[in-house]
Design a protein around this ligand. Structure first.
Ligand code: SF4
Ligand code: SF4
Length: 147
């Protein structure tokens, strides 16, 4: 899980950033996000949490939505939308939002299983094939298990 308080503080400490627009899926998340306005100073634990990605060599979950992958894909899959779905599932822990997002993708067949090698050179260094095949499984889960 991303330490959202630490991430918000980090963003708002940038002198060029005056506003953040976080998304909420619960009342507690609103309270948590608003609480940082009392004090933007990062605690030692928050500083540590912000380093986890670098220390463990994580590529992160954030897709830049640059769209450069689409023309590289043999099946022209809407990969940016699928990557958003992946981020909602694993970063936000919000499988319902992940499912809702992936349903925007117009596909009857995902060709990843037919590609011996994925041809995509992602801006963020993602293993796109692995992520696509992982998150599309959510389409098979009935809605009542996701609410
Ligand atoms: S190239 Fe990578 S970062 Fe850019 S839209 Fe595609 S998946 Fe996202
Ligand atoms: S493996 Fe999937 S994402 Fe990669 S080129 Fe093939 S269809 Fe596109």
């Amino acid at each position: 899980m991303i330490n959202m308080k630490a991430a918000l503080k980090w963003a708002l400490q940038d002198k060029n950033v005056h506003t953040a627009i976080p998304g909420f899926s619960s009342y507690n998340e609103i309270i948590e996000s608003l609480s940082i306005m009392k004090n933007l100073t990062l605690t030692p634990k928050e500083k540590e949490d912000l380093k986890i990605g670098d220390e463990k060599g994580y590529l992160g979950l954030y897709c830049q939505q640059c769209g450069k992958c689409i023309s590289q894909c043999k099946w022209n899959i809407d990969i940016p939308t699928i990557m958003r779905s992946y981020m909602y599932a694993y970063g936000y822990k919000n499988p319902f939002k992940a499912r809702e997002t992936i349903e925007q993708v117009n596909f009857s067949h995902i060709g990843c299983n037919d590609c011996a090698v994925c041809t995509i050179n992602c801006t963020m260094g993602f293993d796109v094939k692995e992520k696509v095949l992982d998150i599309i499984r959510i389409k098979e889960i009935p809605n009542e298990f996701l609410v």
